[in-house]
Design a protein around this ligand. Sequence first.
Ligand code: PRT
Ligand code: ZN
Length: 283
Amino acid sequence: MLRLAIQKKGRLSEDSLQLIKACGISYPKLKNRLTATAYNFPIQILYLRDDDIPKYVADGVADIGIVGENEVLEQNQIVSTIEELRFSKCRLCIAIPREMTYNGLKDLNGKNIATSYPTILTDFLEKENLNCNIQEITGSVEIGPSIGLSDAIFDIVSSGSTLLSNGLKEVATVMKSQALLLANPNLSDEQQAILDKLQFRIQAVLAAKKRKYISLNVPNDKIEAVTNVLPGVRSPSIMPLAKGDWSSLHSVIDEDDFWEVIDQIKAAGGEGILVVPIEKMIL
Ligand code: PRT
Ligand code: ZN
């Protein structure tokens, strides 16, 4: 049995549970739950505060965990990163009041910076040879300057609207973050085997999310031109249509290249393009 720590309630919870579900793992959904043992996979879910997850995994109270990279760096615990999970993406930034003059990092020298991430900030300031006073607070960091607590803040930014509504502007991105799957570095062979099985499923889910299945019709004399712009897992499958000199092409494309590839396919002579989500993808 592998104990998996996830956030009980917050921004990571829903995506963490959705990933477990997408891996085909089902578990009892009880209100005010603290733990849940999966019905069809040897894991027990522990519901915790995200701040506690790196330490619990490092101490072996949990064997694996899902938590933001920012929290892993801040807690500075000895854990192994198994997989980047591509959700809860955000960045940690230094922001200052909009009216403050700013010509570069050196303008932060001697300033008070409010943050809930003192370790990450200290490392950054040392690296940049800056001398600032860090005001450690646990929440509502963005009101620091307006209540006279600090000159600047160091906090998580996602859309940027919280900074905007508090009259702040971003001046430095210190790190980017996303959810990570962590593991205790000393798992037993049995536990490692369960983790390998889970990781295999997670990779299939992530690979599928990143890609789309595409099918389209092409006149036979344009197959080569369309194939050239259509990267497949290996190369596209081609099937003759029942009528005429046409074929149907099937392939997989990357979400990131999606619109560009579609434009190129149309220009090369592709028609009747169908794009469908993929549920799992085993490479
Ligand atoms: O109760 P518990 O301790 O478990 O949760 P928490 O309140 O400490 O954490 P939670 O649920 O707020 O966030 C968990 C993790 O989600 C963080 O550690 C990040 O890794 C990630 N994450 C992603 C975010 C955001 N996006 C985010 N936007 N965490 C916080 N925010 C906050 C930010 O602090 C700021 O107040 O959202 C505001 C900024 O958002 P924008 O969109 O206005 O820029
Ligand atoms: Zn927290």
